[in-house]
Design a protein around this ligand. Structure first.
Ligand SMILES: *Cc1c(COP(=O)(O)O)cnc(C)c1O
Length: 228
């Protein structure tokens, strides 16, 4: 199947999951993760209508960032979704509009410093380690409230939501509780006054439908887009 056709299939599955979630009219941003592919496949996604693209490493993103610039694909939002080293922040915030992986305080300080130099504000999702796996990055759920209070001292960071990674499991259904808990955490924080905390960046190829049913506003899909 062509990438274009596959995107159609995925969009249909997204619409059905939205319907099941009872929020048909709430948009879900489909982020096409291009870390596995080159510029040509990324262009197929663009032609299929995608305008949000995700990468987890600057070096891997480069050829696609360069190609999109050459092709004047200027109406694209690039999302940085991977672990971000502090020494890469300066370059990353020049090329990416949203950072999904704010996972530690010293990263926030570095983003603040570099964003202030550029005179920009960087929308960020706070990465939360809901599953508690020691191999996963992110803040523990009880830490997020204090973090948000501290972030209010960093004017060039705009917290827009929460992000999580579900563990690899045999049956996607096992991830439902993780997505639900991220939504509950967001709702609690909103109720405490952080009403700009809107986004739930959760759901990947293996589990995006469950994530949508549980309230995802942004899904990050890689593999499934390129399946023949
Ligand atoms: C690679 C990656 C994805 C996409 O994963 P797939 O299983 O290929 O859909 C999503 N989020 C992050 C953080 C990733 O690194």
């Amino acid at each position: 199947m062509s990438i274009g056709k596959q995107v159609e299939v995925i969009r249909h599955r997204i619409a059905q999951a939205l319907e099941r979630s009872g929020r048909k009219h709430v948009p879900v941003t489909l982020i096409g993760v291009t870390k596995y592919v080159g510029p040509d496949e990324a262009r197929e996604l663009y032609r299929a209508g995608l305008r949000d693209f995700g990468e987890n490493r600057l070096q891997v993103a480069r050829p696609k960032l360069d190609a999109f610039a050459r092709w004047s694909f200027n109406d694209v939002t690039w999302h940085f979704i991977g672990h971000l080293q502090t020494n890469k922040v300066k370059d990353v915030i020049r090329h990416f509009s949203v950072i999904h992986s704010l996972d530690r305080w010293n990263l926030a300080e570095e983003i603040q410093k570099r964003a202030a130099e550029l005179g920009i504000q960087v929308p960020c999702c706070i990465q939360v380690n809901i599953s508690g796996e020691s191999t996963k990055g992110g803040f523990a759920p009880p830490e997020v409230h204090t973090l948000l209070q501290d972030l209010s001292q960093l004017p060039n960071i705009r917290p827009i939501g929460l992000m999580t990674m579900a563990p690899r499991v045999e049956h996607a259904e096992e991830t439902r509780g993780i997505f639900r808990n991220l939504r509950i955490l967001r709702d609690e924080l909103q109720a405490k006054g952080f009403d700009k905390l809107i986004e739930l960046s959760m759901g990947m190829s293996q589990d995006f439908e469950i994530a949508i049913e549980e309230g995802a506003t942004m899904i990050r899909l890689g593999q499934i887009l390129y399946e023949a």
